[in-house]
Design a protein around this ligand. Structure first.
Ligand SMILES: O=C(O)CCC(=O)C(=O)O
Length: 259
């Protein structure tokens, strides 16, 4: 149950950390499930996987999408009790629909994400805002040095910021933001508004920083269903295919950078 102070913080900052949302048993189930997905082969029509090339020329998994239909334990553990969606609905003060899920693995020597807003409707040319809150399930502890996220409080209220073709907020603008590290512990739930600017550094540590994101839209808004979204995703930003040539990997998106 959320307190009034937590709801106020959500409204003011555009993000909120709920510490210890998952117990140790649940945390382990999610962590083991994520490791299983990391070892899946690429699929032409089911889940979607993207990879990165490390500084010592290894191919490591970067991101997975559309895996919940194919992983019963993860799906049951995350969704069956309805706790996450209830929390989101309390914050949005309205019923919500889940649009998509993604896993960011952030294994050691993986890249960072330049300052951006998630704003899925812009990237997918959908006229109406379709994403309103993203719930990050913390699988590992997260701090700046293992690629943890930075946010800037209150900026979710300012609409879209000027960005380049890769959706990176212009540096002349993002350099003026007052960025705050948003550390979290494994088992926390961190929720943010899709207009809230954020970024992360490359993971130069020897510790993974995995997070599983569940993306929600207000029930009252239009926009695609989860199945429609996943079809669009495969078309606009295709996942890796069976060839997976290390020198020509498909980028998870335009905001990923390594140095
Ligand atoms: O987890 C991260 O480091 C960044 C993920 C992110 O910013 C995104 O998927 O929009």
């Amino acid at each position: 149950m959320l307190t009034e102070a937590q709801k106020t913080k959500w409204d003011q900052d555009g993000y909120i950390r709920l510490e210890g949302f998952f117990d140790a048993v649940t945390r382990d189930k999610i962590s083991n499930g994520a490791e299983e997905v990391a070892r899946w082969d690429v699929s032409d029509d089911k889940w979607m996987l993207w990879f990165e090339k490390t500084s010592d020329n290894r191919k490591i998994i970067s991101k997975a999408e559309n895996f919940l239909d194919y992983h019963d334990v993860l799906r049951e553990t995350l969704l069956a009790d309805g706790r996450i969606s209830e929390t989101i609905e309390t914050l949005l003060d309205e019923n919500a629909r889940m649009l998509k899920e993604l896993l960011i693995f952030k294994y050691p020597d993986s890249g960072g994400y330049r300052p951006h807003q998630d704003i899925y409707h812009v990237h997918h040319n959908v006229p109406e805002r379709m994403v309103h809150a993203i719930a990050a399930v913390a699988i590992d502890d997260s701090v700046p040095d293992n690629g943890g996220l930075f946010f800037t409080p209150g900026r979710h209220k300012e609409g879209l910021f000027p960005m380049d073709d890769g959706w990176v907020i212009n540096s002349g603008v993002s350099d003026t933001f007052k960025w705050e590290p948003t550390p979290w512990k494994a088992g926390d739930l961190f929720i943010f508004d899709d207009y809230a600017p954020h970024y992360s550094l490359p993971n130069k540590s020897d510790r993974s920083r995995r997070a599983l994101y569940l993306v929600f839209q207000r029930a009252s808004s239009g926009g695609p269903t989860r199945a429609e979204y996943n079809r669009m995703k495969r078309a606009y930003n295709p996942p890796e295919d069976g060839v997976s040539d290390l020198e020509n990997l498909k980028l998870p998106n335009g905001i990923l950078y390594r140095d």
